[in-house]
Structures are given as structure tokens and as C-alpha cells.
Design a protein around this ligand. Sequence first.
Ligand code: HEM
Length: 402
Amino acid sequence: MTTQETGVAFAFEDLLARSAELRERGGPVHHDEEAGSWRVLDHPAVSRVLSDPATFSSDFSGLTPVQEDFETFRKGNFVGMDPPDHRKLRTLVSQAFTPRVVAGLEPRIRAIAGELLDEVDGTSRVDIVDALAYPLPIIVIAELLGVPVADRPLFTRWAQVLFSGDQLGESADMEDIQRALDAIAPTIREMNAYILDHIRHHRAHPGPGLTSRLVEAEFNGERLEDQEIVGFVALLLIAGHITTTALLGNAVVTFDRNPGAAAALRSSPAGLPAALEEVLRMLPPFPELGRRTTKPVELGGHTIPENSIVMADLAAANRDPAFFDRPNEFHVARNPNPHLTFGHGIHFCFGAPLARLEGRIAFEVLFDRYRDIAVAGYDQVEFQNPQVIVSVRHLPLDVTPA
Ligand code: HEM
């Protein structure tokens, strides 16, 4: 896509261009003097950071003052944990979320996608975010967790507050981060209270959902406390939809910009999984991941001091020319495609098989339903803040039924 056509994707392209320039000028590691943080910019160095949790910790709790709302949220939120606690919680959730469970969701995901598109039947202009990209993953994850699907406006609001980036300042230094945390604290409090109620309900009335499994789960003979399950459910509820919404919207935009590839996929949908990986490579929903150094470490010719913030730039690593031939071009069948969009190492995205399944089914259903799909006009497309999440907020399409 070109920058003139796509509003804020422009801002994402600016970020990419800046990272590429930093890498070409200074190598794989850049020290941002103003923010006091470090940015890691190529594929090997990003992989190294993500595969060494003993040096590059996911736990930031020591860097900001303790705040009760975040403490509850943090307890079971294993994406912010290091071994051995991380392993305990990830193992528990893996037991309830096996590949068989995920594969078994296919008919239900297809039915939900069909029902959602039935609701906009007869309209030739469809906002695909409102109609499908947002509700499909949230309904799937809400059903999995056993939380009321009818409460999804609440989940949308929470995700919007947590991921809009509206609270972020220009420099993202520690003061900015603290201000942003203060601004989202009331939302975290509301989410904690809602989820705690939900967990207590499942303890009293066990049901078929994942939450009941978590309530019953044991690790070395120990059960999880309700407070631990809160962050756990919050992580799945939010991470389990916002990123997949991003993938679906980004794929629609990418296919629109590459009509030849889209036509090939229509006639041979078996190519969809590879095409979606390429969308994920070029437009990673989370463009960067943060880590904290636990000790001084040599990386890319620099010594990074202990307790530094290190940003692993996934978007830049995914465009590393040493790893990807013509990295700024969309190759619908790129193979191999070792992108880092789902992370790497012990925190590798837990929901990747589900996101991939939802992506494939959504496009099979869309191609089946509509003979033609075109972005209605790039001036009408709204993007989120690409520093936080690379995703469309609104995406009106002109559709022609099959
Ligand atoms: C972890 C991206 C979909 C649940 C991650 C990480 C990334 C990521 C980059 C690693 C974070 C880190 O290392 O700090 C994505 C993308 C998705 C997606 C791009 C969709 C396109 C999902 C879905 C679910 C989910 C559908 C839930 C069912 C999780 C969880 C973790 C995680 C629980 C934490 C894993 C751990 O710490 O061990 N995701 N995700 N994600 N993701 Fe996803």
C-alpha cells in the first residue's frame, strides 16, 4: 500500500523507515538517549532478546510504583512473568487449550462468521471491522471462556482504552509510561471486578468454559487463587481478540492492494494460510515487545546496563533484508516465512493456532459470500495508533454478493 492512499498506515511506514535507517546507520541495536531505552532492530538480535528470559525479563513490576489494580491484573497475567512462575501458568492453560480443542472449533467459527455476515445481508457497503473482524474473535474467545457474549461492548471499550495509545506521550519515557498507567487504572479496576465476579460464579456453578477448567486446575497439587485467574482471563479475553481483529482488517487491506494475489487466493483458497502469514509479517499487530535487562549484557556492539528497557522491534525484524528477500514486497506464497509476529521463545503466542484458524475461515466465508470486495476509499479507513497496534479501526468495503 502506498502512503498517500492510506492515512495513518503512513505513520506505520514512517516507523518502519525510521527503524531501517537506524539499523543501516548504527547496526542492530540503537540507544534512544531521550527515552533512556534501547531498540533492537534486526532478526538475529530480536530472536536473541526473546529467547533469553534470564537476561531479558518480561517482568516490569520493579520499575513503576506498586499499584493495587495492576497487582491483581499482573498476578495471573503470565505474559508479564519469567520462569518458573510463567511455566506454571502456561502449563495450566495449555491443558485446557489443546490443539484438539482449537481444531474442534472450526465448525463453530464458520457458523459464527456466517451468522455475522447474514446480519449485513442485502447491504453493498459493509464496515468489515464492525461486521466481522471485531465480533468474530471476541465471540469465539468469550464462548471459550464462558463469559457472556452479550457483554462484548464492555470488552470493546476495555480493549480500546488499553490499546488506543491515546495516553502515550511522544517520547514514551518513564514519566509518560507512569501517566499512561494512571490513565488506564480505572479501566483495569473495572475489568478486574467484572472478571472476579465471573470467576466466583464459575466456582459456584462450574460450566463447560475454560474459566471453569482454570478454577478446577491443579499444578503440583495446588489450585489457582481467584485473584490469579483474573489476570489470566483478562489476558485471554483481550489478547484473544484485538490482535485477530487486526489480522483480519490488515489482510483485507493487503489483498485490496494486491488484486492479483487476491484473485489467486479466490481460485485456490489452499493458499490462504501462507498469504495470512505474509500479512502478519508485513503488518504485525504488535509491532514491538518490551523487555527489562536483569544484568548488563553485550548486544550488537553495545553494553546495555542492568534494568534497562529494551524494545524488540518485531516490525523491523520482519523486514530484515538479510532474512527476507525483497522484504518490503508482499509475496503471497512466501516460503519460508520466519516472521516474529507471534513472538519467539517461551512467550511465543499461545493463541497463534486459533488466530490462524479464525483468519483462514473468515476469508473462506468472505470469498464464498462475495464475488467482489473492494475498500470503499482509503480516505474512509481509520487506523489505530501504529506505535501500539497496527490495525484498522474502521474499514468500509463495497461488496458484491456471489
Ligand atoms: C503472546 C501476538 C492472537 C493469547 C503473544 C505474543 C505476541 C502475540 C507477539 C508474545 C508476547 C511477548 O513475548 O511478550 C499475537 C498476534 C495474534 C495473537 C499477532 C493474532 C494475529 C492471540 C489469541 C490469543 C492469544 C487469539 C488467545 C486465545 C496470547 C497469550 C500470550 C500471547 C495468552 C502469552 C503467552 C506467554 O506469555 O507465554 N501473542 N497474538 N494471542 N498471546 Fe497472542
